[in-house]
Design a protein around this ligand. Structure first.
Ligand code: PLP
Length: 733
């Protein structure tokens, strides 16, 4: 179970960072000492912008839609601030004699007003990092961003050195025609975004050191940075002073320190989901106050100067740099807090949602509603079933059992889950294209002509038998694999007796064996023979791992439990577990779901609903639907639902076998279910109208129809019923 983290200190530090930015622009100590001012504004305050970038990286959404949304927001904010500062810029003469190239340079790199460079830098950096992350492993994205940073360094505080080599100097001068500084979205932003991403990825589960140690690291690296800055300054090497070598360790230790500080007060906002990985870009009141301060402080600088002039207080409020700084800061902070209060009060997501919820409802003919809170809760419950250190590798095959693989995997990614299993390459590719990160294991067979796709989309392939392993090896493509071991299901995998061949796969040069697994074929049943058989499978698998270790092969990535295995044999959990059906809040049969509810109170994630297309009278003696399958013996009211077997509603539910819920009341299905329509008898229901919603799976009033119940009526299991739900259904959250 991951420990819950709270980000209060990250939020609090945003305010400090905003105050440091004001310092950069007002030089509070300038009237006292040049050195002190240099230290404050050119050394200490230089952590502010990298900090904002790291926070952005830390909450970097892996979901392209979310990313697009945050980018759009940033662009809007940038556009708004350009307009806001247009009059000031005009007044100051910034835009005089402006050529198109200058305008572009301003817009894309420098910002149209002096502090606004942050926006194009953040936007460019985010796009760059995201694009790199799509095509490269994080490791390489890291390397590239560090290289860019080094190039940036030599155009910034180390420019004096770069200048000494004429060709290098010429190259930099060329670059400076495109942008005025290298502290921009290309050279500076990526490395800090990536650092944020890395910290989120590696340090959250366990911060290795104590807060005190991080504070010590921070102190030492900051001392080094100060020495670096003063040395460069005294040697007059600096062209600009935003980038230092030691800024990187300073930022990392600062960030880790903030994450490891004990949280005080501040009530938890996310009580429902105590999972560390649940990071989505979020805006707390403090965070938005910091943003407003950043945005507005230049306006207050102008305001304070103008007011001082008017009131004849220039000597006090402008010439005394410290008082000037304080005046600007107080005004900015007050405005920031006030605006953020208004914003959270009137424009927060929740507020909007409350307003919209009253009017918005799906317009489709038939749809699936996903309860992501239920999914989150199931993840938490399942994580509790297995020992610490064992990770969930949810089965999102078959379109996540009909739920919709992309929305489900996205939410799981958000919850910090970073390994999945799917049935085939196409499913894995679909997830990758949707921006799903982490390991994706293909449980089934992939044709050798598609091996290159596995590589391109970073998919992990199961070794389904030894001959297949040889084919993979011969393909010459480096492939990540998990070895499937057949311990008695006799479906896929190398036989467990065949240690020699299993060991041989580990020796294959082209295969990177990341895991080894088996599948239990009878772990759902408590019958004595099934129980004994399952125990024998578990034992056989353990012996394989042991035999391999005797041959000097230490197996990693060991897994064998699916949903039933997790609940019935929790002691057998190893590195991963592969829950499928349980993740979606149920078990294969209604009886199991009810029995296991006590151990693990899962919540169903999916509801299936359809629209009432028409309500009509069926007079006595008339038939409804195909094949004269139902004839009315009295006058009745029939409602036509726009859902049919093509949507995955089993035809076996026809003719009264199944029913639906409307307004908390049950209405039986009459006649045969058609491809796109289903007929129900609503004679006993009051007031059913065209456009009403019928619930086929889910809750309506005090009534509920479960997938297990429907499956039972169709002599199958919920897994089959759900996984057959059609792609034509809209999926809404
Ligand atoms: C489908 C599948 C799972 C998930 O099974 P559930 O019973 O739905 O939890 C796990 N492992 C393998 C190999 C599978 O094929």
């Amino acid at each position: 179970m991951q420990k819950q983290k709270n980000y209060v200190w990250l939020d609090r530090f945003r305010l400090i960072a905003a105050l440091l930015v004001i310092a950069i622009h007002t030089s509070p100590l300038a009237s006292f000492s040049g050195e002190a001012d240099f230290f404050l504004t050119r050394v200490l305050a230089r952590i502010a912008v990298p900090f904002f970038l790291m926070v952005t990286g830390f909450f970097f959404p892996s979901d392209p839609d979310k990313l697009r949304k945050s980018l759009k927001k940033l662009c809007l904010l940038y556009g708004g601030s350009i307009l806001l500062y247009l009059p000031l810029g005009l007044y100051a003469g910034h835009y005089r004699a402006l050529y198109l190239t200058d305008a572009l340079r301003m817009l894309l790199f420098d910002g149209s007003f002096y502090h606004l460079w942050y926006f194009p830098a953040a936007i460019t950096g985010i796009i760059l990092v995201f694009a790199l992350k799509r095509v490269l492993r994080l490791r390489w994205v890291c390397v590239i961003s560090v290289v860019l940073y080094v190039i940036g360094l030599f155009g910034d505080s180390y420019f004096g050195l770069a200048e000494k080599l004429p060709p290098v100097k010429a190259a930099y001068e060329g670059m400076f025609r495109l942008f005025s500084y290298t502290r921009n979205g290309i050279f500076m932003a990526p490395v800090f975004l990536v650092l944020g991403i890395l910290i989120r990825k590696y340090s959250l589960k366990a911060l290795r050191l104590s807060a005190l140690r991080y504070a010590l690291c921070l102190l030492v690296s900051f001392a080094c940075m100060t020495a670096e800055a003063f040395t460069l300054h005294n040697l007059r090497l600096q062209r600009h002073d935003s980038m230092y070598v030691f800024l990187l360790p300073v930022m990392v230790s600062l960030f880790l320190l903030l994450l490891s500080l004990p949280e005080t007060a501040a009530p938890r906002r996310t009580t429902a989901v105590p999972i560390a990985g649940a990071a989505t870009p979020r805006r707390t009141a403090v965070a938005s106050a910091a943003m407003w301060i950043y945005l507005l402080h230049p306006a207050f600088i102008v305001l304070v100067r103008a007011a001082a002039k008017l009131l004849h207080l220039t000597g006090l409020l402008v010439d005394n740099s410290l008082l000037h700084y304080l005046a600007v800061s107080i005004l900015s902070v007050a405005a920031g807090l006030a605006l953020s209060f208004l914003q959270t009060r009137f424009f927060s997501k929740r507020w909007m949602a409350q307003r919209l919820a009253k009017t918005a409802s799906p317009t489709s003919r038939a749809w699936i509603e996903l309860d992501l809170d239920a999914l989150r809760q199931n993840v938490v419950l399942l994580q509790k079933c297995v020992p610490d250190g064992c990770r969930l590798m949810p089965a999102v095959k078959a379109n996540a059992y009909g739920h919709g693989a992309i929305p489900i995997a996205r939410e799981l990614n958000r919850l910090g889950i970073d390994c999945f299993c799917v049935a085939c390459a196409a499913e894995g590719i679909e997830l990758r294209r949707a921006g799903i990160t982490g390991e994706i294991l293909i449980l089934g067979y992939t044709h050798p002509t598609e091996f290159s796709l596995l590589c391109r989309y970073r998919l992990t392939q199961s070794v389904t038998d030894y001959a297949y392993a040889e084919k993979m090896q011969q393909s010459g493509i480096r492939l990540h694999v998990h070895i499937a071991v057949d311990t008695g299901m006799h479906r896929l995998g190398i036989r467990c007796e065949d240690i020699e061949h299993i060991a041989a796969v580990y020796q294959m040069k082209k295969l990177l064996v990341d895991g080894i697994f088996t599948h239990l074929s009878a772990c759902d049943s408590a019958a004595p023979d099934c129980h004994a058989f399952t125990e024998s499978q578990i034992l056989a698998f353990r012996q394989v791992v042991k035999a391999l270790s005797q041959e000097g092969i230490s197996c990693k990535g060991i897994h064998l439990l699916s949903s039933y295995g997790m609940l019935n044999y929790p002691g057998a959990a190893e590195s991963y577990v592969r829950p499928g059906i349980a993740l979606y809040g149920l078990f294969s049969t209604e009886a199991d779901t009810r029995n296991l509810h006590e151990i693990c109170p899962l919540e169903p994630v999916l509801s299936l609903k359809a629209r009432v297309a028409s309500v009509r009278t069926l007079y006595a003696g008339e038939s409804v639907g195909y094949g004269l399958a139902f004839t009315a013996d009295h006058d009745m009211q029939i409602a036509v639902l726009s859902i049919g077997y093509a949507d995955g509603l089993p035809r076996e539910l026809s003719c009264g076998n199944g029913s639906v819920l409307i307004g908390g009341q049950r209405a039986p299905i009459v006649g045969r279910i058609c491809m796109d329509q289903t007929l129900i008898d609503v004679s006993q229901l009051s007031d059913v109208k065209q456009g009403d919603t019928a619930v086929l799976i889910g809750v309506s009033g005090s009534e509920q129809i479960t997938a297990g119940e429907l499956a039972g009526k169709c002599h199958t299991i919920a897994n089959e019923l759900l996984s057959r739900l059609g792609s034509r259904l809209e999926r809404i959250m």
